[in-house]
Design a protein around this ligand. Structure first.
Ligand code: VGL
Ligand code: ZN
Length: 207
């Protein structure tokens, strides 16, 4: 069975949000159209406590986008975003939610970030998403959302590593591009890991 994984399509990642992904809102109609093509739709939700170690504001004297070491792991510092219970953490208002079977929160531990929707950045704890997909009989996943060069990429890489046939839906995703080639490099890295790049139009006509 095929599943559609919607990664972090949340208000703070849309234009006007605290960690806005350029053009991030353009994916919403695309994602809404895609949902009807899948028997199973699942979403991840970046869901940080206010004291999260990825927030620059929680490190005296540090600036956003600086690199630090957080409990032994490299960490980019971000503007505070997707703080639990805030409007910015909600799934985007334009996103159709009736067909989302389950939402998996991630990044809930203040001491470690979780770009992937499947594991934290140290690969120590599972979010339960991989196990849940396997229980449902899913063998093939289509990953899209925000942001291509962080959470979408790491979700797709982990899914592939768990043995799912994995696809990245390019036009249903947007990236941050802190460095100008980050999105391009992320797509190349996914492709090297056996993840195929697909476009929504192929799925809308084929599936
Ligand atoms: C993300 C940076 C920090 C993402 C989440 O969803 O790609 N990026 N937290
Ligand atoms: Zn985050």
């Amino acid at each position: 069975m095929k599943a559609l994984i919607l990664v972090d399509i949340q208000t703070d990642f849309l234009p006007g949000g605290t960690l806005a992904v350029p053009d991030g809102d353009a994916i919403i109609p695309v994602v809404n159209a895609l949902q009807a093509k899948f028997p199973l739709v699942v979403a991840t939700q970046d869901w940080h406590p206010a004291n999260h170690g990825s927030f620059a504001v929680n490190h005296a004297g540090k600036n956003v986008f600086e690199q630090i070491v957080l409990k032994g792991l490299p960490q980019t510092l971000w503007p505070a975003h997707c703080a639990q219970g805030t409007p910015g953490a909600e799934l985007a208002t334009g996103l159709q939610q009736e067909r989302i079977a389950k939402i998996f929160p991630k990044g809930t531990d203040a001491g470690i970030d979780s770009y992937s929707g499947l594991f934290d950045n140290g690969h120590r704890k599972s979010t339960g998403l991989g196990e849940w997909l396997k229980e449902k009989g899913v063998t093939e996943v289509f990953v899209c959302g925000l942001a291509t060069d962080y959470c979408v990429k790491f979700t797709a890489l982990d899914a592939a590593q768990l043995g799912f046939t994995t696809h990245f839906i390019e036009d249903a995703s947007r990236g941050v591009n802190l460095q100008p080639d980050d999105v391009k490099n992320a797509v190349a890295e996914m492709n090297r890991a056996g993840i195929t790049t697909v476009q929504s139009a192929d799925l809308l006509t084929r599936l």
